[in-house]
Design a binder for this molecule. Structure first.
Ligand SMILES: *Cc1c(COP(=O)(O)O)cnc(C)c1O
Length: 383
């Protein structure tokens, strides 16, 4: 079959931004008129709104989600010789933040249903060197925080949440990012709340931690040109603050739209024995940053869907402990079997607020067709 033009894109930021075009352009003009380009009043205004939205005392705008994770760990004193526990099923940035503190990432396998840190495996990974625990709220769902916080509290280890994929998601009625001592967000354009470039934030209730992160993001200076610490330039741009403040007002509606698409997908794909659908665990609201199903022969399914005009993704094809960059940890195949199997089977279907119901239906129909083709080919081979 010849490849068809894209009928359902994986993401459509153009459609997402069209309704706010004029509002955003006016806000960018205000930034231009006031020269508030790096940090400044637009960032501060967004920080206030973001802290209030999350239900946190402080928000600190930074340059990216990677900065948010790195500076949070640095501010907690993580350094050379330390270990930080996280999961292998995440984006590279989680582990990089640990490594850029000079510490060593230690992995705990994920739960096969929610794809987040398996609390039953956490305690075994703790040593006298453990300085922080970083659960990752993957795909739009918060990890099982109660048992994780319990174990962390018993050992006196701070929890830093990688909340880069869960803007607005809740766990037992509370918003993501507010469970640990710090919650780290990314506003990369494709995230549920995305900037017009790179941006991130840390939320925390701890005033001292907040001021340490504020200091570190601005070259370690509490006062201009007086540097108490060696920091970095990890400030948020004024334009990003201005744009994010506008987009935040539409986050809840956008998340609701994603949830409606997820319900539609679930209805249309129910009963397919070779597809594992995402599960919203009790007491949690999933915001479907990524709608990941699991299928056998994933790469073949992905290619066939692409040829039929359905754009899909893989989040992520290689677990962190199997990345070349982390070869030195010596963690071979079989070290984290759940994460490894998921990496072989994950297939991310198109998911964004502006997706139309007929597009969701088309994706489901084409996925069913691809799987049926592959089943019949397997049978033909077996005869
Ligand atoms: C996007 C993401 C990051 C990194 O955020 P950036 O803003 O791209 O630096 C970290 N962790 C997870 C789980 C992410 O999805």
């Amino acid at each position: 079959m010849n490849a068809q033009p894209v009928k359902v894109p994986f993401l459509d930021l153009k459609a997402h931004h069209e309704p706010i075009r004029d509002e955003v352009l006016r806000a960018i003009e205000r930034v231009m008129d006031t020269n508030a380009f790096a940090g400044g009043p637009f960032v501060e205004a967004f920080e206030k709104d973001w802290a209030a939205y999350c239900g946190s005392r402080h928000a600190i705008g930074v340059g990216s989600g990677t900065d948010a994770l790195w500076l949070s760990l640095l501010a907690l004193g993580v350094g050379p010789g330390d270990e930080v526990i996280t999961v292998p099923a995440t984006f590279m940035a989680t582990a990089e933040a640990v490594s850029f503190c000079g510490a060593r990432p230690v992995f705990v396998d994920i739960d096969p249903v929610t794809y987040t840190m398996d609390p039953a495996r956490l305690e075994r990974a703790i040593t006298h060197r453990t300085r922080a625990i970083v659960p990752v709220h993957l795909f739009g769902q918060v990890a099982d925080m109660d048992p994780i916080l319990d174990i962390a509290r018993r050992h006196g280890i701070p929890v830093v949440e990688d909340a880069c994929q869960v803007h607005g998601a809740t766990y037992k009625g509370r918003r993501a990012g507010t469970f640990g001592v710090a919650g780290c967000f990314s506003f990369y354009p494709g995230k549920n709340l995305g900037a017009f470039g790179e941006a991130g934030a840390v939320v925390t209730d701890d005033a001292e931690l907040a001021s340490r992160i504020r200091c570190l993001r601005d070259h370690g200076q509490a006062r201009k040109y007086h540097h108490d610490h060696i920091g970095w330039n990890a400030r948020m741009d004024g334009i990003q603050g201005a744009v994010l403040q506008i987009k935040l007002r539409r986050l809840d509606a956008a998340n609701e739209a994603r949830r409606a698409h997820a319900r539609r997908y679930a209805g249309l794909l129910a009963g397919l024995e070779d597809v594992v659908l995402p599960v919203e665990a009790p007491g949690r609201t999933h915001v479907y940053h990524v709608y990941a199903v699991r299928v056998p022969k994933r790469d073949e399914v992905l290619n066939r869907l692409n040829r039929r005009g359905i754009a899909c993704g893989i989040h992520y094809p290689v677990p962190i402990h199997r990345q070349k960059a982390y070869e030195f940890l010596g963690l071979g195949e079989g070290s984290f079997p759940v994460a490894e199997q998921c990496a072989r089977e994950f297939l991310s279907l198109p998911m964004y607020p502006e997706l139309r119901p007929d597009q969701v239906e088309l994706v489901a129909t084409e996925l069913r067709a691809c799987l049926a083709e592959l089943r019949s080919e397997t049978h033909a081979c077996a005869v």
